[in-house]
Design a binder for this molecule. Structure first.
Ligand SMILES: Cc1cc2nc3c(=O)[nH]c(=O)nc-3n(C[C@H](O)[C@H](O)[C@H](O)COP(=O)(O)O)c2cc1C
Length: 149
């Protein structure tokens, strides 16, 4: 388990209309993150890009949660769960994380994407279909590579 340093147990909340997005390669290295993710993390874009995603891990998160997440997404299935993340300054923020594998045409994961929202976001501000319902029903996103015919 990676130790990212001391934590303050001070909670940071982000606006309910913001969605924190990141994508990774198959090893969990950050390939992309949106400006809301960057701002909430407290890191700069340069500090985040190419780094392992556990750089925002909070020490209160049980290893079992991530083991379950990785088992699920590596098998081609989306995973949803409540995650406590550490900010650069040691504060934390909670998210509803929806992590999905992006699959090639053979059904093999080629990358992963996480879309995070404020836990308990009011229904009026949530997507029309709640994410867990979508995740349970929808097949994983297909990722068409440039070479796929
Ligand atoms: C797309 C994607 C998003 C992830 N998002 C987070 C996250 O927000 N917070 C986090 O702690 N780990 C996240 N992880 C999991 C980390 O890669 C890692 O497994 C976790 O932080 C546990 O780190 P450890 O192996 O050092 O214990 C994500 C992984 C993937 C593939």
């Amino acid at each position: 388990m990676r130790d990212n340093g001391p934590v303050t147990q001070r909670e940071f909340t982000f606006p309910a209309n913001e969605t924190l997005v990141s994508t990774t390669d198959l090893k969990g290295r950050i390939l992309y993150c949106n400006s809301a993710f960057i701002s909430v993390s407290g890191y700069s874009r340069d500090e985040l890009m190419g780094q392992p995603h556990n750089m925002i891990r909070h020490s209160d998160m049980p290893a079992e949660a991530f083991a379950d997440m990785w088992d699920t997404i590596a098998s081609g299935t989306p995973w949803s769960g409540l995650v406590k993340n550490r900010r650069k300054n040691g504060d934390h923020y909670w998210v509803n994380a929806n992590v999905t594998p992006l699959l090639d045409r053979h059904g093999q994961p080629v990358a992963y994407m996480s879309v995070r929202t404020v836990p308990g976001r009011p229904r009026s501000m949530a997507p029309r279909r709640s994410m867990p319902a979508c995740a349970a029903k929808a097949p994983s996103a297909r990722f068409a590579s440039a070479t796929a015919s």
